[in-house]
Each structure stands twice: as structure tokens, then as C-alpha cells.
Design a protein around this ligand. Structure first.
Ligand code: ADP
Ligand code: MG
Length: 254
């Protein structure tokens, strides 16, 4: 039986009496690239945070690579994972945020080897070698000694992607990775993401870049008000939206 990389069934999230996610049914297959789109406040970031063990779901079932997020199954019982176990699971999921979140006092190379060396206890020499390959892959081979303040937003975001990849994740989550960038820098980051998609990385991408969603993504998921309203191939969802909410949203942004 093939296991979905991400599987959500009836996922709910409440924060202080507020229903943020209202029953999400959704899955992502291995190697699939899915874009998550929808109005601000619809729950996209919250859903990514649930997948990445940054926050706990209130009800339903959520699994990454066949394992319930935050829980371990023994026989028929589920046990809550310890913080240490959660940290191990989180290490297998790469996350890239709108703000680059690089360590300002570390060079590009140091930023990239930090996780492998500190979390995975990899030998520094090995981590450095892979970091250089990753910098090359994101087109920044000459910038290994540069500090974040010496890099453009687009370059910082590419270092952030390399840093996430250094942990050899099985899944990459992107939360509006280009929203904070000047328009002329968006393309260089999307190009790196396209390369990842072509290499078979499983990706969930929250984005307003409809061109990227249309061109690169296998499926598009439209969220509104804590629900997954429409999911399907880009041509279907964009070309023939079934819901009034999706039609109204696309009319505003396309
Ligand atoms: P999106 O990423 O689609 O813009 P979010 O997941 O950030 O949406 O937020 C969904 C809703 O949940 C919003 O109404 C937001 O105000 C609310 N929300 C998110 N996080 C919290 C929190 N920690 N406390 C209270 N409300 C929250
Ligand atoms: Mg968000």
C-alpha cells in the first residue's frame, strides 16, 4: 500500500474558542507539488504549522509519511510524543517562511551547516561539503562567506532554501516564500523551487504566484475560512472553479 506523504482527515484547529481549521480532508502524494491558495486568514499558515509539528491539531487525523503528527502508535494506542521526539520528526520536514529567518551573525555557509551539525550531529567537514553543493544548486556558490546583511532578499531566501535542504527533508513546506521580496527578485527564488520540483521533491507551497501554481504544481488547493474548498489540477481549479468563493478570489487576483 502506498502511503501519502501528507494525509489529513477531518483536521480541526481551535485557538481560544476560535475555529481556525474546520475539518480539513486533504492529501499530498510523494513527489507531488501542491500549491495552497486562498484569502488572508483562511488558515493556510496554521495548516502548514500543524503539518510541521509547530502546533497541535484539536481534532481529526494528520499524518506525515504514514506517522501521526505528534503521536506514536503502539498496537491500537496512540501516545503523545515528547518534545525531543517531535524535534526529530520536524527535522525531516523543511520549512521556508516569508521572512528568511537566517541567523544574522552567521555566514551563508554557517547558516546551512548549523542544523546538520547541531541537530543531526553530522561531522562538520561532511556538512560543509554538502552545504557548498547546496549553495551551488541555489546559484550562490560565491556567497558562502557572506553574512545575511550582505545579501539581497532573493539571495537570503535562496540560502534559507539551501539551509532547509541541508537537513535532507522528505517534505518541503513554503509559506509565501516570495511575498516579502522586491518583484525583480521573485523569479530567482521561484526558479530554485522549480528545480526542486523537477528533482521530485514533495512540496506544499502557499503562494500568490499564480503563474508558478499553474505551471509547476500538480494540484492546487483553494482554502477559505478554515476549509479546503476546492482541490484539483491547476487547469481545472483556475479554469473552472466550482465554488462562488473561489471564483470571487480568482477574479480579484488573476
Ligand atoms: P493565512 O495563512 O491563510 O492567512 P492563518 O493560518 O495565519 O491564515 O490564520 C487563520 C486564522 O487564524 C486568522 O483568522 C488568524 O487571525 C487566526 N490565528 C492564527 N494564529 C492564531 C493565534 N495564535 N491566536 C489566535 N488566532 C490565530
Ligand atoms: Mg499565512
Amino acid at each position: 500500500m502506498s502511503v501519502h506523504m501528507v494525509e489529513a482527515r477531518g483536521v480541526e484547529k481551535r485557538i481560544r474558542q476560535l475555529d481556525i481549521l474546520k475539518g480539513i480532508d486533504f492529501h499530498v502524494d510523494r513527489g507531488e507539488v501542491v500549491s495552497l491558495i486562498g484569502p488572508s486568514g483562511s488558515g493556510k499558515s496554521t495548516f502548514l504549522r500543524c503539518i510541521n509539528h509547530l502546533t497541535k491539531i484539536s481534532a481529526g487525523y494528520l499524518a506525515v509519511d504514514g506517522e501521526a503528527v505528534g503521536y506514536r502508535r503502539e498496537g491500537n494506542k496512540l501516545y503523545e510524543l515528547s518534545d525531543a521526539e517531535i524535534a526529530i520528526n520536524r527535522a525531516s520536514i523543511g520549512m521556508v517562511f516569508q521572512r528568511f529567518n537566517l541567523f544574522g551573525h552567521m555566514t551563508a555557509l554557517q547558516n546551512i551547516i548549523e542544523g546538520p551539525v547541531q541537530v543531526k550531529r553530522e561531522p562538520a567537514a561532511q556538512a560543509r561539503e554538502r552545504a557548498r553543493q547546496l549553495l551551488d544548486r541555489v546559484g550562490l556558490a560565491e556567497k558562502e562567506g557572506a553574512y545575511p546583511s550582505e545579501l539581497s532578499g532573493g539571495q537570503q531566501q535562496r540560502v534559507a532554501i539551501a539551509r532547509a535542504l541541508a537537513m535532507q527533508p522528505k517534505l518541503m513546506l513554503f509559506d509565501e516564500p516570495t511575498s516579502a521580496l522586491d518583484p525583480e527578485l521573485v523569479g530567482e527564488v521561484l526558479d530554485v523551487m522549480k528545480g526542486l520540483a523537477a528533482d521530485g521533491m514533495t512540496m506544499i507551497v502557499v503562494t500568490h504566484e499564480m503563474g508558478f501554481a499553474r505551471e509547476i504544481c500538480d494540484r492546487v488547493a483553494f482554502m477559505d475560512d478554515g476549509r479546503m474548498v476546492e482541490v484539483g489540477p491547476p487547469a481545472e481549479v483556475f479554469g473552472n472553479p466550482q465554488s462562488e468563493r473561489a471564483r470571487a478570489f480568482f477574479a480579484r487576483i488573476l
